[in-house]
Design a protein around this ligand. Sequence first.
Ligand code: FES
Length: 166
Amino acid sequence: MSDKIKKSQYNLDTDNLKKLELYIDGLEEKEGSLINVLHEAQDIFGYLPEDLQLFISRKLNIAAAKVFGVVTFYSFFTMKPRGKHLINVCLGTACFVKGADKILNEFKVQLNIKENNSTEDGLFTIDTLRCVGACGLAPVVIVDGKVYGRFKVEDVEKVIKEYSQV
Ligand code: FES
């Protein structure tokens, strides 16, 4: 941990902070690496809370407002902790006309959470996407990066069961 930035300043896991600091210190060019650093930080911590953004802004010497702007601009960055399994329902036009909203709703009902939220047991997070380029398979649901095409409302229960066990 560097002298200038003390770990006690941040309400974050110290080991994870060290990992991230090592990654940042190994970068040749710091200021142009914000997106990569945010990806790495999200991989390590699972999400990008405010304290972590502050740490990154100080390490990279970039204004905190700019870091916050980037985090909120890109949908793949999240400021909320995510569940073990991420369920993404595509709400692009092709998927929407084939009933993606009903699928999303069924996930929300069965998991008893709102969109962009996680279940209390930390197992699932539901989120939405806008067209993932697989319109021929509409409606599309992606779970932990695995694409499920021609998804039906009846598949919701199966998917939840399957991922509850892994
Ligand atoms: S609209 Fe869903 S994959 Fe294109």
